[in-house]
Ligand binder design. Structure first.
Ligand code: PHE
Length: 364
């Protein structure tokens, strides 16, 4: 190779080695191989070479062209590799990093309690049933053995809807009593028994409505209802089931539970269920005071008959409790109103991590 060709090779190699990005690399490629490039000019000048030297010079130029093209391509490949490596390094993900808890949101205590209730009764073999918030007078009261002028209606502070409302039309209630916002989840007992043959084991968790508003009552609140129907269900099953539930829910293995006779039109006998606590300190499971938690009883034969279930063959128990009430007791909350005020500071204090879902084996 003659000196001028060797010089071009040396100069190009040095320039390529110094090129650290694709722009610099491309400038070299154009300066050497482009239309006005140095190698292109040498090839063009081949014609001016004396005929006796032309053959040898042509062969040398071809070898140089091959060497330069090879070097330029190799540099491009090296720069591409380096760029890919840099990208991979900058985009590396560490899957072992912990999640950022503040960005996940928080589960509302009411939702958490509902999950816990479903987990406990689910483990006892119950399904979860539901029904609409707007009910007919018959399903909310009549079928539950609360006829039109029964005094128990006065306890319910019912919200009545206009008789000629779309909801009333849908329920075919326009000529009868106006529909209501359900005052308890008990109408879902009726809906379940009307559509499902016994045996039945189910719970209902949902919204209920009563015209009442203070530190412990809200016009909209939540109840959990339970219904168990089978051939040989006794008061013993009711007591065992609710005692187990309350001990699991409050996480107190020896929580005292008391059954006190009471009255509901749709159960007979009826019982109020109390848990032991210390009124002064507010501590559950200690002291000598009692706190009313829920209502329960054996399903009244007339209610079974209203649903086409023969009370001589089937019997069972039912219960109902306030979701807000047990949530407040479990977490030591004095006022129910913040549940519905959407104050994010309150939720940050009382909310639950959604990445730590309810699991029975850890205790709820
Ligand atoms: N429905 C009753 C209430 O709202 C509770 C209850 C349900 C009582 C089922 C007995 C059986 O107060």
């Amino acid at each position: 190779m003659t000196d001028d060709l060797q010089a071009l090779k040396t100069e190009t190699d040095a320039a390529l080695a110094a090129a650290t990005d694709l722009r610099a690399w491309d400038a070299i490629r154009v300066a050497v191989l482009g239309r006005n490039g140095k190698l292109t000019a040498l090839l063009r000048d081949l014609g001016k070479t004396p005929p006796e030297e032309r053959r040898e010079r042509g062969a040398a130029l071809n070898r140089l062209k091959e060497a330069l093209t090879g070097a330029i391509d190799a540099r491009k490949a090296a720069l591409d590799d380096a760029a890919l490596e840099a990208r991979l390094a900058s985009e590396r993900i560490d899957p072992t990093l912990p999640p950022r808890p503040r960005e996940t949101g928080l589960v509302h205590p009411i939702a958490r309690t509902m999950e816990e209730i479903a987990a406990i009764f689910g483990a006892m073999g119950c399904t979860v049933s539901d029904g609409p918030d707007v009910e007919s007078d018959w399903l909310n009261f009549g079928a539950l053995n609360i006829p039109a002028h029964h005094p128990a209606r006065a306890d319910h502070d019912t919200f009545y809807l206009p008789a000629r409302s779309p909801a009333a039309e849908r329920e075919g209630q326009t000529k009868l009593a106006p529909p209501v916002l359900r005052t308890h989840t008990s109408p879902v007992q009726i809906r379940t028994m009307l559509t499902q043959p016994p045996p039945i084991r189910t719970i209902v968790i949902g919204r209920t409505y009563r015209a009442d508003h203070d530190a412990t009552h809200s016009p909209m609140f939540h109840q959990c209802e339970g219904l168990v129907i089978d051939r040989d269900i006794t008061l013993g099953h009711l007591k065992g089931c609710l005692t187990d539930f309350l001990r699991a829910f409050f996480g107190i293995a020896d929580l005292p539970v008391r059954f006190r006779s009471s009255y509901f039109p749709f159960t007979e006998p009826s019982m109020e269920v109390d848990i032991g606590w210390d009124r002064k300190s507010g501590e559950l499971g200690r002291g000598s005071d009692w706190l009313e938690i829920l209502g329960s009883g054996m399903v009244h034969p007339r209610v079974l008959a209203n649903c086409g279930i023969d009370p001589r063959e089937w019997q069972g128990f039912a219960f109902g409790m306030g979701v807000e009430r047990v949530t407040m007791l479990k977490h030591g909350m004095a006022d129910l109103r913040p549940f519905y005020e959407s104050d994010i500071r309150w939720l940050r204090h009382y909310g639950f991590n959604p990445l730590a879902p309810t699991m029975l084996h850890e205790g709820v």
